[in-house]
Design a protein. Structure first.
Length: 279
């Protein structure tokens, strides 16, 4: 896991991936979604995250096409939904995703959950095939426990590039962060603002006040200090630019310790098909 400053826009990078991206989960209005993607890219974001299940890949593609930013400068990720994880469905639906996005390839393709039609020995060779065909650059997994990741590593020819999981000050994922460091893959945080719960929390609010920053900026800066890439959803220009400004915030060791010691545990995303270990 390497972290380095980007020579261009987008801020620091982890293994070439910008450590701050735009999430698009529940950004379902096509016009709004396209505009938020365009706004984010022109503000300086270089990492866009979507998924088949978000039903907005076409809108994301429209936003990318509208932005005054070269496609080659954008790190684009999408995910294969759990009903599409048989070998042939992975291939077919990924080709459909590329068509919707209006691109020849994506930088990162995730298995969205280890659920539904997911069978490592059937699903993952299709991802290798997509790498071989040049349709995806990297293979990722999402919502995987360490044992799921290790199984994927054993089956894949390609390395596991990243595991995307809910991570924020109230779900700090210390075990997964340690596993990612040991096994040399990236951790990507969805819902990095705990779906709004970071706002008004006494510790985070106090640190924000100390730095004349927002609670969102503090949470995103804390994740970056932990080596975790964050993909907060934002639709308004104000929220998009506020999150981007987190790249300019440096937390002190004392700040980080205070957040580390928050004892609240609050998982915001826990579907019935989530890993049993989450219960």
């Amino acid at each position: 896991m390497t972290q380095q400053q980007s020579p261009t826009d987008g801020g620091p990078r982890a293994s070439g991936m910008p450590m701050l991206g735009l999430g698009t989960w529940q950004n379902e209005d096509a016009e709004q979604c396209a505009e938020s993607v365009r706004t984010a890219l022109e503000a300086g974001y270089r990492h866009i995250d979507t998924a088949q299940a978000y039903d907005n890949e076409s809108a994301v593609g429209d936003g990318i096409a509208a932005a005054d930013v070269d496609r080659d400068d954008i790190f684009l990720a999408t995910k294969v939904w759990i009903s599409n994880l048989s070998h042939d469905d992975v291939i077919e639906t990924t080709e459909e995703s590329l068509d919707k996005l209006g691109v020849d390839s994506v930088d990162l393709l995730y298995v969205h959950w280890a659920a539904g039609e997911y069978e490592p020995e059937e699903t993952l060779p299709a991802f290798d095939e997509l790498v071989d065909r040049g349709l995806i650059d990297n293979v990722g997994v999402s919502n995987f426990e360490p044992h799921h990741v290790e199984t994927a590593m054993d089956v894949l020819d390609a390395p596991v590039f990243a595991n995307q999981v809910e991570t924020h000050p109230f779900l700090q994922q210390s075990e997964l962060r340690e596993h990612a460091a040991e096994q040399d893959y990236e951790l990507v945080a969805y819902s990095p603002l705990a779906r709004g719960e970071v706002f008004g929390h006494d510790v985070i609010e106090a640190i924000a006040d100390d730095h004349d920053a927002s609670e969102a900026q503090v949470s995103l800066a804390w994740l970056r200090e932990k080596g975790v890439t964050a993909i907060p959803k934002a639709t308004s220009e104000a929220h998009i630019t506020d999150n981007l400004a987190s790249l300019d915030l440096s937390l002190t060791d004392a700040d980080i310790d205070r957040i580390d010691n928050i004892d609240t545990v609050d998982r915001r995303v826990d579907p019935d098909f989530g890993p049993a270990a989450w219960d």
